[in-house]
Design a protein around this ligand. Structure first.
Ligand SMILES: Cc1cc2nc3c(=O)[nH]c(=O)nc-3n(C[C@H](O)[C@H](O)[C@H](O)COP(=O)(O)OP(=O)(O)OC[C@H]3O[C@@H](n4cnc5c(N)ncnc54)[C@H](O)[C@@H]3O)c2cc1C
Length: 284
């Protein structure tokens, strides 16, 4: 509960929302689905700006930019059901959005909220990273940047009273396969570690490799060194096993009650290898 909440605003215009958020007093924050914010018990929050009426609920294919565009207020249910999302990257974004939460939470939580919260093991963010998603952020200006960069600069960017307005996915180029793998206490639990791979090929050679992991650091991460190792190669089981071994060495997770550091390191390699093999098997 936000026990010090005194003001509730529901603007119909993005500029008005940004103006309200820029106020230093009362302390004002964006309200999306509210699944995390309402339960946060943050006593410093005195006002919220509800993003419901800003027209950011869309999920659509944009043929001009050859991208799938997802408004920040699209719920996880909207994302998991969207034909446009299901048709790209072997449907792994829809799959991750569906698995991220039960149906009540899926109908409440939004993709913008998930990006803002940046949970370390959020499977949806892991697949978005592997699909090279870009995020649009509006403060005084609108900027679009790769999700990977947003996650490293998140505190600085959101401290400027910025709003995340859109997540964009470029359509895959050439022969592309994608897969996501996870380990959790039960199939319905949040992942302890998860890995996603997107591999594109031309004439038998890997032209683009993108790998992402969750549950091994403060936010989900890409693995650029391993991606470079795979690019330009004819990827086979041997190379995948070598890459997986390197991934286990590269990551430096912190252990907790859900999984020790050693377990997370081992799973990072195992799940990455499984994701890469499945992506290869799915090559379109
Ligand atoms: C019971 C429960 C279980 C959960 N399980 C999982 C899980 O398994 N995996 C997982 O990853 N997450 C889980 N979550 C967390 C939750 O699903 C995500 O954090 C969610 O996506 C938040 O979305 P929201 O729209 O509800 O955000 P809100 O709660 O409205 O906002 C969350 C934060 O993000 C900010 N924010 C929201 N939208 C924007 C925006 N467009 N621009 C800038 N800032 C913004 C808000 O100000 C707030 O600080 C769980 C939450 C609950 C309550």
């Amino acid at each position: 509960m936000l026990i010090n909440l005194r003001q509730y605003h529901h603007p119909h215009d993005l500029q008005e929302a940004l103006r309200l958020l820029r106020r230093l007093r009362p302390r004002t924050v964006p309200l999306a689905g509210g699944s995390t914010l309402i339960g946060s018990e943050d006593r410093s929050v005195e006002a919220v700006v509800d993003l419901q009426n800003l027209g950011l609920h869309y999920v659509k294919m944009d043929l001009d930019s050859q991208s799938v565009l997802i408004g920040a207020m699209a719920t996880l249910a909207d994302v998991s059901r969207s034909d446009a999302v299901r048709r790209v990257y072997d449907g792994i974004i829809a799959e991750a959005a569906h698995r991220s939460a039960g149906s009540v939470l899926r109908n409440q939580a939004t993709i913008g909220g998930a990006v803002a919260v940046a949970d370390p093991a959020d499977e949806l963010l892991v697949v978005l990273l592997a699909c090279d998603a870009h995020v649009t952020i509006c403060a005084s200006d609108a900027i679009q940047l790769p999700l990977a960069e947003f996650l490293t600069r998140r505190d600085e960017l959101l401290a400027e009273h910025a709003l995340i307005t859109e997540v964009a996915l470029s359509l895959p180029q050439g022969q592309t396969g994608a897969a996501v793998q996870r380990v959790a206490r039960t199939p319905a639990d949040a992942p302890i570690v998860c890995a996603a791979a997107v591999l594109s090929f031309s004439n038998g050679m890997c032209t683009t490799a993108r790998l992402a992991l969750g549950g091994v650091s403060e936010t989900p991460v890409r693995l650029p060194k391993v991606e470079v190792m795979l690019t330009g190669q004819a990827v086979n089981s041997e190379l995948i096993e070598a890459a997986a071994e390197w991934i286990s060495e590269l990551v430096d997770p912190i252990g907790d009650f859900r999984g020790s550091a050693a377990y997370r390191k081992a799973m990072a390699g195992v799940l990455s290898a499984r994701a890469m093999k499945e992506a290869l098997a799915r090559l379109a």
